[in-house]
Design a protein around this ligand. Sequence first.
Ligand SMILES: Cc1cc2nc3c(=O)[nH]c(=O)nc-3n(C[C@H](O)[C@H](O)[C@H](O)COP(=O)(O)O)c2cc1C
Length: 215
Amino acid sequence: MNFNETLENLRVSYQASSLDIDDCHSDPVVQFDKWLGEAISSKCDEPNAFILSTASDNRPRSRVVLLKGIHENNFVFYTNYESAKANELASNDQVAMTFLWLPLQRQIRIEGSVKKLSSELSEQYFHKRPRGSQLGAIASPQSQRVESRDALEKLFHETEAKFQQTEVLPMPFNWGGYMINASFLEFWQGRNNRMHDRICYERKGLAWDRFRVAP
Ligand SMILES: Cc1cc2nc3c(=O)[nH]c(=O)nc-3n(C[C@H](O)[C@H](O)[C@H](O)COP(=O)(O)O)c2cc1C
């Protein structure tokens, strides 16, 4: 089946809203919070999901992760510290994040640098996760090749059996959070005739330069 003609004709007219530079908060993290709140209350699916892009060895890579908090103005997500992305972050701490909230016809792009979150804060969050997710984090060698689905299930069941009598599971040494300190953000609101609104923030020392760019 060739979908090329269908793809060429797929077209959505964006008219849900508009974004004026004077209505954007001077602090981009406050503006982010406002849009995140609207994405949550509009019942966007997984509103905290974002595409995390890394670049190392001259090769960009992207995958989806979940925003789990904003700590001291930094965007926090959790993952395996031995995963492919963790290795990439170890060699280049520069990342890009992309949130897409289609029901609101909005996109937010963020660029910045990552640092590991303290193990205390990671631990606090680890213990708030459902037991099954904690077991999964202990059992799964994220990004490594596995023989089969059965082999993966075996790893999970072995971990489950090992900790059957353990009420509070230990956070694995290779799991924790990262926080992203933004240096650039762009708020994109879809508009009619592809004349979208794009309001950007660029860090200038302690202040933020705020400007509009063409769609
Ligand atoms: C909706 C969604 C949410 C996800 N959330 C996370 C997350 O918070 N942390 C994580 O490590 N992986 C998450 N993943 C899985 C990642 O996309 C990815 O497969 C995994 O982290 C391994 O990536 P890597 O091999 O590049 O390190 C999520 C995937 C999806 C589709």
